[in-house]
Design a protein around this ligand. Structure first.
Ligand code: FUB
Length: 332
């Protein structure tokens, strides 16, 4: 009898530990919710927001998803992201009422990837000629970061990964920018850019290194256009105070003039942003790492939550420091 009691006690303790560690509540997708305060995504840990306004006029935000790391697979600091997996996409007509469309791509469906899975880091989405594209960094079977691409007929997926990664790519954080003439560019790794072919699945040229006017660029490149100028922005997570920086140029390749910081380091995490114009206003999407979820669990540099605030330009086209908000939504 004592043995049986001990058995059940151990079983319940185990279930309790597993449910604490899962960091997820049971949710059915699509899941509708209201953004009330930053971070506006609270029901799961999301990071690396890549925001776009598609032809339906809605804003669509593609995110990576953080999970507790597998400590048995950690030998380097960046291995804390070893279980990141299952991209999500969120859509809204007004930045307040959101739908989480659920998981749109998982490493188990990426045939060229590491068999253990995980390592689905910051994605970048694009739309061209009726197809949606999701570019994503992932470790290949030899544990090297490559850029993969997945496609869908719908912005909410599901996305089907191509059988191989994009030849000629390496590194992390892909971002696809399509210029007004329809030419697509893939930014990735440390200051690399290449034109994409018309089919959006292969590079149309050898990648080239961008001159940003500042060599201290680590990751998270993003390109947007404002008043005919090209804004190449990025993260330097080695700086103590500021993390989000940008440079301005006259074409997608640069050279770019370094303009300095636009965003301080977010609490508990590194900057990783995207910039989008929606219904006349400019927004800066980012994540932070100190959100306590509804289970009372503290966030972390690798357990992050997505935020959004307004971005403002000065009259000369430079960007004002983005003021981050917490316990309210938007720095207005
Ligand atoms: O989310 C994993 C990595 O952390 C991203 O690829 C980087 O940009 C940083 O956000």
């Amino acid at each position: 009898m004592v043995e049986i009691r001990r058995y059940f006690f151990s079983f319940f303790i185990l279930v309790f530990i597993i449910s604490c560690k899962s960091d997820q509540k049971e949710i059915t997708y699509p899941y509708s919710f209201k953004a009330e305060t930053n971070p506006w995504v609270k029901h799961i840990r999301t990071a690396d927001p890549d925001a776009h306004v598609w032809k339906d006029g809605k804003v669509w935000v593609y995110t990576s998803q953080d999970h507790y790391p597998d400590s048995t697979r950690m030998t380097k600091p960046w291995h804390v992201y070893n279980r990141m997996d299952g991209y999500h996409v969120f859509s809204s007509e007004n930045m307040i009422d959101w739908i989480d469309h659920g998981e749109i791509l998982h490493s188990k469906n990426v045939s060229w990837g590491l068999s253990e899975g995980g390592y689905m880091w910051a994605p970048g989405a694009a739309y061209k000629n009726g197809t949606y594209y999701l570019y994503f960094p992932h470790l290949d079977k030899s544990k090297k970061f490559k850029i993969g691409v997945a496609t869908s007929n719908y912005p909410q997926g599901p996305f089907i990964a191509e059988p191989n990664y994009i030849n000629g790519t390496s590194g992390i954080d892909p971002m696809c920018f399509i210029d007004d003439d329809g030419q697509a560019y893939l930014y990735f790794g440390r200051m690399m850019v290449a034109k994409l072919s018309d089919n959006m699945l292969t590079l149309a040229e050898e990648p080239r290194r961008i001159n940003t006017g500042n060599e201290r660029i680590m990751e998270g490149a993003f390109m947007h256009k404002h008043n005919g100028k090209y804004y190449y922005s990025y993260t330097n997570h080695k700086e103590e105070v500021n993390h989000g920086f940008y440079s301005i140029g006259d074409n997608p390749y640069g050279p770019f003039d370094y303009k300095g910081a636009m965003k301080v380091k977010p609490p508990g995490a590194q900057d990783h942003h995207s910039i989008v114009k929606f219904k006349g206003d400019w927004y800066y999407f980012y994540h932070l790492g100190d959100f306590v979820n509804d289970k009372g669990e503290m966030g972390n540099g690798h357990l992050r939550n997505v935020c959004v605030d307004y971005l403002y330009y000065n009259d000369d086209g430079t960007i004002k420091m983005v003021e981050e908000t917490k316990n309210k939504l938007f720095n207005k």
